[in-house]
Each structure stands twice: as C-alpha cells, then as structure tokens.
Design a protein around this ligand. Sequence first.
Ligand SMILES: [Zn+2]
Length: 312
Amino acid sequence: MIDTQEPLAPLVDRPQSYEDLLARAGFVAPLDHEQHALKAVLADYHFQREVPCGLKGCRQPHNNGFLVITEDGVETNVGKDCGRSFFGDEVFSTVHAEYQRRRQRADLIARFRSLQAGADPIADRLKDVVFRAFGGKWVRKVESSMVKVLGPALLTSLEAAHLRRELVVSRSVERTEEEIQNVMALTPGLSRERAKYSTESIGTLEAMPWIGFDFTGRLLKRFVDALRSFETLDPEQLSTPKLRLLLKPFEELDAEVAAAEEAAASVLRFLSPDNLELVALWLPPHLQGSAEALREWAAGPKRAALLTGDPG
Ligand SMILES: [Zn+2]
C-alpha cells in the first residue's frame, strides 16, 4: 500500500530561548501572515524574558507562544493567542489540536524511554528503602516482634487510633471532696458519681503510619515489577492511552518513597521509652492485661535488639 498521506512536519524540541528560534534555518520574522498559509505548530515555548511576536501585524512582546511552520516551509513564532487571531480560529484550532496530540505522545514516549534507561537506579533506590537498616523489612520485624509478645489485637487497636487520629492519652483522676462540690455546683444535674473523676491529658502517642504499611506492594510490586516489564517494550509500538496507563503510577513514585521513608522513621519514634510508656497507659480496657508485658518488652533485650536496625 502506498502511503498517500503528506508527511507531518517533525516536532521540534521545545526552544529554550529566542536565540534558539533565530538560529533555525527557515525562521523568518517579521512574517506577513497574509502571504503564507499555516501548516503546523512545531513546538510550544515558555521564556523568562519577553520576545517579539514573529507576525508582521503584531510584534507584541510575550513570554509564551509557538514555533509554527507555513505550507511553503517558512517558520516563525507567534504569541499564544496570536495564531488564532491572525490565521483564524478554525485553522489554528486544527493545527493546535494536532500538535497537542503529537506532543503529548512524544512527551509520553520520552518519559517511557527515560524510565527504561533509568530503571536500575530507580529500582535500587526502591529496594534500598525496603532492605536497608531501619527500612521496610525492619519495620515488619518490629511488627512481628510486638505481635509475638503482645498479640495482634494491640496493633489493630493502635492502627485504629492512628487512622482516627485519636492519639491523646488521658487518665481519670479522682477529685477531692471540695472539687466534687465545686463541679456539682457549677454543673446543675451532674450526678455525684460523674463528678467524682476528672479526665486529664497526659500526652500524645506518636503517629503510626508504619502499622500495616505495605512496603513490598507499594514500592517493589508496583514500581520495580513494572520497570522490569518495560524492558522489552518499544514505546513507539504502544498506543497513547496504553502509554498513559503504564506511566500513571510513576507520577506517585516520589510521594510513595517519601511516605515509605516517613513510615519507617515513625517506628523509631514509636519505640522510644516515653512513647511506649504512653502506649501502656493508653491501652483500652480489653488490652489492659498486656500493660505489664508491654513494659517488660520495652525495657527488655528484644526491643534493644530491634534498635540496631538490622532488617535480617
Ligand atoms: Zn502576536
């Protein structure tokens, strides 16, 4: 089959300065738009300094615009709204939409290739977050040590408190007879039984994003496995929606690494003696039997061994 379609003008790398535009062989400014028919947009540009519009009837300074080519192969630059004003809404909209489609695809392919090229260092960085001292694997070790000694219900309750952001630890304090009289006088209808105790805040538990944080799933399965599957793919052969789908998770890569690092760092704060004592005081009624075991664990060799950070 003979391809009768006219070849599309190749996209141009985004110009970084006015000099990049002037250096192009076919670049003409000022250009009389009435003597040339617009063919295609070649690049968009975003300059710090204002540059003059290439159209003879305009010449207005602007920061954002397009490099365009006409049917007779001449190039010029137009401010972001000038193409529409001078060549007409319909003509410009058509070439601009075509440009957007091609540029987005080119950007996706470039992004895909950069992930292919950088796969090893990215995978190393992710594995490091999981396997290094005080990393994700170590967090699992801390978790299982606690479950072994204290049972799974403690972690479940702590996680629930973390998710509800109910981290304040308080205790009931018995009021003196004089205080009881005062409170009852100030709160009509309050029973003596209710007036007998006041609630006093004694501290706030460290946040616990580490409980149940899925280091393997969120870092290794999601990203490292994906990168491995990219190895044999040619992005030119993939549809634009498919490229978009494959690249989408990587928008969250840095945020996921930051979340994982914060989760791991939060364990050390959790393991501090002050915080563990607060946990012992915080224990809900059904877990109060664990307070002694928790204090022993906090003061004992098992917790001390964890503080080496050894993920082993
Ligand atoms: Zn203009």
